[in-house]
Design a protein around this ligand. Structure first.
Ligand code: CTP
Length: 394
């Protein structure tokens, strides 16, 4: 219990940011973000000891992470702005350090804290009327320079607006527009943009967020030389396609963001797609997936159109297997008509079950030596079976 540990150490500790927002909204949020009036790193070390968890320390920032598992960690920050500078004014400063910490944040709805010390446990600290904005569904910055200080907040405003169905407050929207016009987004490192963009592309409402990027003049900074309107129809249908594919119990893509990234670039020249992948430092494998999807989608769609009469199942299966599975929702979106979508579903079913039952290992067990002819023979068997020319024994 962070509060009890803090009590013992004479610190004050608060849960802050997104967790408070989501608890008040009744949404799930497992990201715990603690702010300590005192020494955050010491508190993190104590927490780590109490729960036998690893602690990563960042002394230059006075922050630490208590890592419980791969997907559960607690961030601990020190609210210490004037704590050491004005020790004489300590009682005053104690609350103003938290105030300072919260004032540095992006939006009022993210700038609330809840006390965790025993005597004040559960008290909401809300200097900037975040709760009221939350109730009124409003995204509002804390001061007029917020977007200039941190232009990635432009993307965050869009993300929270769309995720919760909120409105960006008029004055905030004015600041946002002004900073976009001033070109602040061109000054942010691509790494930082990617941190936010990746979040956006992994959200269920990503499609609405991308549309807002276009409306607010942000798109061109995020996807240079990509025309939003060319890809809009597919983006619009993507949430539904993703849901369908997962409802069919099939091929839920491992990296959600890549599904959107591929869809955004599917209409671009390979050169532009490559530029965008490089901008965000995608790995070689990820870039190859984007390019394979780009190259293969139109012929794959054409094959599905022609099926079943003029195309062999094995031909279709081969084309599909050459496409990254992160591109399947996009293919489904492009297919549009229900009849074609149904055909696509059947096809996914077939390739799902088409893992060759006879594999290389089996042949080896039979005493034959491995060689390239294996591949060829196995491929041929696979094709024949898909096309119904061969029955394999169960
Ligand atoms: N924050 C900020 N400015 C940023 C990024 C973050 O002020 N550019 C603050 C916000 O107060 C935010 C907190 O840091 O609540 C934690 O950031 P993050 O984990 O990125 O966001 P969450 O609000 O937790 O959002 P999510 O639900 O998407 O995790």
């Amino acid at each position: 219990q962070a509060g009890q540990i803090a009590d013992r150490m004479g610190f004050k500790v608060y849960a802050a940011g997104g967790l408070v927002r989501d608890v008040l909204l009744g949404h799930e949020n497992l990201d715990i973000d603690l702010v300590v009036e005192g020494d955050g790193i010491l508190l993190a070390l104590e927490l780590g000891r109490a729960y036998n968890a690893k602690v990563r320390q960042h002394h230059q920032f006075g922050t630490a992470e208590v890592v419980f598992s791969d997907d559960f960690k607690i961030d601990v920050a020190t609210a210490r702005v004037e704590f050491y500078a004005y020790p004489a004014a300590l009682p005053q400063v104690e609350s103003s350090t938290l105030h300072q910490d919260l004032y540095r944040r992006d939006f009022t709805i993210n700038a609330m804290a809840v006390a965790l010390n025993e005597d004040s446990f559960g008290n909401l600290v809300d200097f900037f009327d975040g709760r009221e904005d939350l109730q009124n569904h409003i995204v509002r910055v804390l001061h007029n320079l917020s977007f200039i200080e941190d232009p990635t907040r432009i993307l965050r405003a869009i993300r929270f607006e769309q995720r919760y169905g909120f409105k960006i407050e008029p004055q905030t929207l004015k600041f946002l527009n002004e900073s976009v016009r001033r070109g602040v987004l061109a000054k942010v490192s691509n790494d930082r943009l990617w941190d936010e963009l990746k979040h956006i592309l992994a959200e269920t409402e990503a499609e609405g967020m991308l549309r807002r990027m276009e409306e607010l003049g942000v798109w061109a900074y995020i996807f240079p030389r990509v025309n939003y309107w060319e890809v809009e129809p597919v983006l619009k249908d993507l949430p539904r396609s993703i849901r369908q594919i997962s409802d069919w119990g099939m091929m839920v893509p491992s990296s959600g963001w890549l599904v959107y990234f591929i869809a955004v670039l599917h209409w671009s020249d390979a050169e532009i797609a490559r530029e965008n992948c490089a901008k965000y430092n995608l790995s070689k494998r990820q870039t190859e997936k984007v390019l394979a999807a780009l190259k293969g989608w139109s012929s794959t769609v054409a094959l599905i159109w022609k099926a079943p009469r003029h195309v062999k199942v094995s031909q279709l299966a081969k084309a599909l297997l050459q496409m990254p599975r992160e591109s399947y929702p996009m293919l489904l979106a492009i297919l549009e008509e229900d009849e074609l979508k149904e055909r696509f579903r059947e096809l996914l079913n077939i390739i799902k079950d088409s893992k060759p039952r006879i594999n290389g290992k089996y042949i080896k067990q039979l005493g034959y030596r491995p060689g390239p002819v294996y591949r060829e023979a196995l491929d041929a068997l696979w094709r024949e079976r898909l096309d119904g020319n061969l029955r394999t024994e169960e």
